[in-house]
Design a protein around this ligand. Structure first.
Ligand SMILES: [Zn+2]
Length: 294
């Protein structure tokens, strides 16, 4: 069957036409087409929703598709597909009934889930987490997504958006888009590394500049702290790290692991599906998950 998966972030909207042989068999998911277009978040909610619609409508075979699913930034209620909270990365999204709006537009069921959850489901079932039961995933992108998949079940109790990206790492620290100060994502995200280090992350990780070196060392320390917190709270069998920063893993991952292994034993792995995790995960979720009201 043909399906469409969409992944909405603060800067780009990725969408894919995915052929699925057997919904339960992760080896039968095949991406046939993959597109990316700008979110244009600054233009506000209606423009973003318009771009999500555009990202779906560009597939000519839309009518033949048997499932459509959107994974989006923001806290999204698993059972209703409503955005219960979104930072200014997606202006006006708080309160948006995303799944309802899209279902009404396309006159068919469209499921909406959180983007970190989408990436987690992708990595957990199809990618790096395949062989593990409880999987925690951190997504280092515009923000810091942190979601948990308990016992490989896809229902509202087992898929948890932990919001660990907004735990306070430093009292009176950097200002966060959520309104609080010192949140983890203002230290551990692509945005933070670019803003306080170098817009070019490759240069940042390779830099010999002492300020940059300290910043990177603190990044390892802060990422470790957030992981320790997740182990304390959720005790996952595996922690996966994904998002834009992982594309540069060869320049930092080994150094980070040295820091991490001094403090924890829980296995950690790099995401293996790259920027395709969200689109694959959203489709895997809509085909295998149970949702009460979407
Ligand atoms: Zn915050």
């Amino acid at each position: 069957m043909l399906t469409i998966g969409v992944d909405v972030g603060g800067t780009s909207i990725k969408s894919a036409l995915i052929e699925v042989g057997d919904a339960k068999n992760p080896d039968t998911y095949q991406i046939l087409k993959f597109f990316s277009l700008p979110t244009e978040a600054r233009k506000g909610r209606d423009a973003i929703v318009g771009n999500i619609i555009k990202s779906i409508e560009q597939f000519e075979c839309l009518d033949e598709c048997e499932a459509i699913s959107v994974a989006s930034a923001g806290t999204i209620d698993w059972d209703s597909g409503k955005v219960t909270f979104a930072t200014e990365a997606l202006p006006g999204f708080t309160g948006l009934e995303l799944s309802k709006v899209l279902s009404e537009h396309f006159k068919r069921r469209v499921v909406a889930i959180n983007d970190a959850v989408g990436a987690l489901v992708g990595e957990g079932f199809i990618g790096a987490g395949k062989k593990y039961d409880s999987v925690m995933m951190f997504t280092l992108g515009t923000g810091l997504g942190a979601s948990l998949l308990k016992d490989k079940k896809l229902d509202c109790q087992s898929v948890v958006d932990t919001r660990l990206g907004h735990i306070c790492l430093y009292e009176d620290g950097r200002e966060c888009l959520c309104g609080k100060k010192g949140c983890a994502e203002t230290y551990v995200s692509a945005t933070a590394l670019k803003k306080y280090g170098d817009d070019n992350l490759y240069k940042l990780f390779k830099s010999n500049d002492i300020i940059h070196k300290n910043l990177v060392a603190n990044f390892y320390k802060d990422l470790t702290t957030v992981m320790l917190k997740s182990i304390e709270l959720y005790n996952p069998d595996l922690i996966i790290v994904g998002g834009g920063v992982i594309e540069l893993a060869e320049y930092w991952w080994q150094n980070f692991i040295k820091e991490y292994k001094q403090k924890a034993n829980t296995p950690v792995a790099c995401a293996s599906l790259g920027n395709k995790a969200g689109v694959l995960g959203s489709v895997y979720a809509v085909l295998n998950g149970s949702f009460k009201n979407q």
